[in-house]
Design a protein around this ligand. Sequence first.
Ligand code: 5GP
Length: 179
Amino acid sequence: MERIFGRPIVTQEEMRARIRELGKQITADYTGKDLVLVGVLKGAYAFYADLARAIRVPLRVDFLMVTSYGSRTKTSGKVKMVTELTEEIKGKDVLLVEDIVDSGLTVQYLLKTLGKKKPRSIKVCTLLSKPERRTIDVTIDYEGFRIPNKYVVGYGLDYQQEYRNLPYLAVLDVAEDQE
Ligand code: 5GP
């Protein structure tokens, strides 16, 4: 199978600058609140670590893991939570941290599932968004970058569990018929 990287669609510098801005915005919005930052693993891990350090209000960290795509580039249309939160979120202000919002299915599922635990508020922060692919109308409160309908890897995002450590975001062209 051939794997070809185009040029970075988001560079490390662009990423750094945008995360600084998001951090400022979140800091202003969550001053005096009771913030729990919930990272959606695995994809959000790199963004999460940088974002958390750009936020200047007290917060608690927590994570959950979901599977939605299996190991291929096409969605299976199913979302499953494979780990639970360890922090109590009842009465707290939850900010979900996602790598990318594509169809909107994952975010919709998580808002519904976590909403049952009665947080005071629940909002969504995503590094990337592919508006063209949206099939479910979900509200995104903080968005890093809008990207076209291309499969991207790097900065936490994978293709078959690889490329997560690429320090920038790149389009992965995969010759599907050669898999
Ligand atoms: P959604 O539920 O919004 O359709 O999909 C969200 C999940 O799909 C993301 O958390 C991510 O795991 C995966 N995903 C969607 N688009 C891409 C992409 O371009 N690259 C990678 N690596 N994962 C993607």
